[in-house]
Structure formats: structure tokens, C-alpha cells
Design a protein around this ligand. Structure first.
Ligand code: NI
Length: 171
């Protein structure tokens, strides 16, 4: 089981490097990340959240249509958003920002390309929760957190609430 880093850990702001070789260590990392995500519990986990700078993530949003077709758990290496369309907004949270949930605007559907842990090309045409989760997790690989998408004013409010939560936790 891996430790999940908590905002404002600077490691969460790192821009991840593409994976050039899918070594046994990479496969172990993906397996450990999946286990850590399920235990949390969460529906997605990106490498920076466990202190890794590899461009990879795991996610399992459960029983939406696309997941039902392919199996629930994705282990995605070097994912890139190739196209996006539409707009949606929904409430998001993040295992690295405990206690905060906010409504975030995202693209309604995305096409993501990457490779799986065997090195096979993977194209995911996603909408709904899967599309939102993919955008959230891929943001993590560029050091972007979901609260970065809020207005300046809203960010200040969230920052104040979050410091309160964090100091209460440490009392
Ligand atoms: Ni997150």
C-alpha cells in the first residue's frame, strides 16, 4: 500500500515524464496504485499522488457503459486527450485534497489515447463520469489540481476552508 500525498505537497505540482519503458517496476507501481485507490476508496489515482513522476494513472469509475465493455479497472500509461466535445459540470473531490468537494466545469466527452501495461495502444471514448475522471487524473500528470479550475474568488474560499480543516486535524 502506498501513501497518498496531501495538498499542498509540492510533489503534486510536478509535471510527469513520459514512460519510455514498461519495466516490471512500472507494472508493480500500477498494481500498488490500484490497490491503494480501492483501499482509499477512490475512483482514480495518478502517479504524482503517490510521489512518482511517471506519466501514468489508474482508474475505476464502476459500472458505466464503457467500463462494463472493457472491464472496470484502467491502468493507463502516457495518456493524452486527443479530442474533447461538449460541456458538463459536476461535483468533484480528490484523495489529495480531503474534505473539499466543488462543482467543476469539464468537457462532456473526451477521446483519450495511451498504452496499457502490456504496451498495447489504448483508445478510450469516454463520456459521463469516466470522461470527467480521465480529465481530472490527466490534469494530475501536469501538476494541475481540480481546485485550479475554480474562479479566483472561489479558490480563496476553498483555501481558507482547507486550512481550517487541516489545522483542526492537527490539533
Ligand atoms: Ni485527484
Amino acid at each position: 500500500m502506498l501513501d497518498i500525498l496531501i495538498h499542498p505537497d509540492p510533489q503534486l505540482r510536478v509535471k510527469c515524464r513520459p514512460v519510455t519503458d514498461i519495466t516490471p517496476q512500472i507494472r508493480t507501481l500500477l498494481a500498488d496504485m490500484a490497490e491503494t485507490m480501492y483501499a482509499a476508496p477512490g475512483i482514480g489515482l495518478a502517479a504524482p499522488q503517490v510521489g512518482s513522476e511517471h506519466r501514468l494513472l489508474v482508474l475505476d469509475v464502476g459500472d458505466d457503459e464503457e467500463s462494463a465493455r472493457r472491464g472496470r479497472l484502467y491502468k493507463l500509461i502516457n495518456p493524452e486527450i486527443r479530442s474533447r466535445s461538449g460541456k458538463t459540470e459536476s461535483e468533484e473531490g480528490c484523495l489529495s485534497i480531503p474534505g473539499i468537494r466543488e462543482t467543476i466545469k469539464r468537457s462532456a466527452s473526451v477521446v483519450v489515447q495511451g498504452v496499457d501495461e502490456s504496451g498495447n495502444d489504448l483508445t478510450i471514448e469516454a463520456e459521463g463520469l469516466l470522461a470527467i475522471c480521465l480529465q481530472h487524473e490527466i490534469d494530475h500528470l501536469d501538476g494541475i489540481l481540480f481546485i485550479d479550475h475554480l474562479s479566483r474568488l472561489k479558490q480563496q474560499l476553498v483555501k481558507a476552508k482547507y486550512s481550517k480543516l487541516r489545522s483542526a486535524e492537527h490539533e
